[in-house]
Design a protein around this ligand. Structure first.
Ligand code: PMP
Length: 460
């Protein structure tokens, strides 16, 4: 084998050594000091959790808890589950991930792509129920002789950061920094890094960030454990006190609302190109608050845990944000037809395309009715779904049939600038109408779209 210093033997060698990027001055006019972003989303699995996955596995091997060819069992739908599947695949372990059924298909698909066995359990059961995902994970671990990393209470979660993330940060800042800011979930990231930094320089302020509804801030402040309330930012905050967290290391704790977390994650991506998830906006919000009182020569480091692409249908979807009132609703008085189809899937076929491709567009992207558009952009009609159905039922090969022979007249076409009430009137008893997009394309609008989008208008 030829040698090369820059070739790595395993994807696991690519974990860590993440960049630190300066937030442009003026991002927050009230902040005068330097803010440095520790970009953990450049890890190969897309998050800071690759580090703990590798470290916890290596420690379990060292302690004899995990033998060659053995099984790892964990309950995490998020970044830790993904990181563990990546590590298991690279090192030849079998792995079972137990997750509640509210998780997205994309997340389950990612775990399976890495060779994980995924067990889906009901989300709406109490912690002590035998079907709760932690109970199921414990049972599978016992029955298979598997090893359960249990990141919430595993001290190696924090040690992973003490030995990798923290020394990297210290080296990147040349031993000069005034504050470190990080969201707290299991508390492993915060605890490992804060412990190391304070050993280097006890004057470094370690700042935690918590969502409202989590118990951690109140527990830190008063020792009392309040009742947890729901919140939307993912990966941070807790319903019970995690054993991996040392609250004694927290010098300052900020509570950041979901709306602010999402707005900042979006502005960071759109104005700097740094594309973190919702909990990156959340941590940055905490950092900005902490930095507002600091002089111009101070330096604050904030950790951005994961990559924004995992949240395209949430943090980065205007409709999702509007549905949860994280963005103001569109006033009904000025709303147009275009506002009703803003995030709607689009597709069209040309008359010379094959019927097989057209049916695929309907199946995969749910575009119905499917516009048939001439090469000059003119609308010829929509796909005749009944005819396609009859062909399929007769066993015909749709890859031999052109769309041209399966076109029916299009429903009414609405102009995008028309008032939204035009859509209501045009839909009437019809199944769907089309909206002409500003760029000349056509977007279907049906009753379901109307139900979704009218909720987003405000009538006050
Ligand atoms: N952000 C995201 C997206 C996460 O998945 C996690 C891990 N739960 C965190 C932040 C918080 O990290 P930790 O668990 O180490 O406190």
């Amino acid at each position: 084998m030829r040698g090369s210093a820059s070739v790595q033997d395993s994807i696991l060698d690519a974990i860590g050594h993440t960049p630190m990027v300066r937030l442009p001055r003026g991002f927050d006019p009230q902040v005068r000091c330097e803010i440095l972003l520790k970009c953990e989303f450049t890890n190969p699995g897309g998050s800071v959790k690759d580090r703990i996955a590798l470290y916890m596995v290596r420690e379990a091997e060292r302690k004899g808890l995990l033998k060659p060819g053995g099984r790892i069992v964990e309950c995490s739908s998020g970044n830790t589950g993904f990181g563990l599947c990546m590590v298991a695949a690279a090192l030849g372990y079998r792995i079972t991930i137990v997750i509640p059924d509210k998780m997205s298909r994309e997340k389950i698909g990612a775990l399976r792509a890495l060779g994980g066995d995924v067990v889906v359990t009901p989300a709406n059961v109490t912690v002590d129920h035998p079907q709760h995902y932690t109970q199921v994970a414990g049972r599978i671990a016992r029955e298979t002789g598997g090893w359960w990393p249990n990141q919430y209470h595993n001290p190696d979660n924090a040690w992973a950061h003490y030995y990798s993330t923290a020394p990297e940060i210290w080296e990147q800042v040349g031993g000069e920094m005034d504050a470190f800011v990080c969201g707290v979930g299991t508390g492993g990231t915060f605890t490992g890094i804060a412990r190391y930094l304070k050993e280097q320089d006890p004057a470094v302020r370690c700042v935690g960030v918590d969502p409202p509804g989590s118990i951690l801030y109140e527990y830190w402040k008063s020792g009392r454990i309040p009742e947890a309330q729901p919140y939307a930012v993912e990966g941070v905050g807790m319903e019970e006190v995690p054993g991996a967290w040392d609250k004694g290391l927290v010098d300052e704790f900020h509570v950041v609302e979901d709306s602010e977390s999402f707005a900042l994650a979006r502005r960071l991506a759109a104005t700097t190109g740094v594309f973190g998830g919702g909990s990156s906006g959340f941590a940055l919000a905490g950092a900005l608050r902490s930095a507002r009182g600091l002089p111009a020569d101070a330096r604050v480091v904030v950790l951005l845990p994961d990559y924004g692409k995992a949240y395209l249908s949430k943090t980065f979807s205007e409709d999702w944000l509007r549905d949860r009132r994280f963005l103001p609703p569109t006033p009904a008085a000025t709303a147009t037809v275009a506002d009703l189809v803003r995030d709607r899937e689009r597709a069209h076929v040309s008359p010379n395309d094959l019927l097989s491709g057209a049916v695929l567009q309907i199946g995969e992207r749910g575009v119905r009715p499917l516009p048939v558009v001439a090469p000059d952009g003119g609308l010829l009609g929509v796909l005749d779904e009944d005819a396609a159905l009859r062909r399929l039922a007769a066993g015909e090969d749709l890859a031999r049939l052109p769309v041209r022979e399966h076109v029916v007249p299009a429903p009414p076409v609405l102009e995008p600038g028309a008032p939204w009430t035009a859509a209501l009137a045009a839909l009437g008893a019809r199944e769907a109408v089309l909206v002409r997009h500003a760029d000349g394309g056509f977007v279907p609008l049906d009753r379901r779209d109307l139900l979704q989008s009218l909720r987003r208008l405000s009538h006050r």
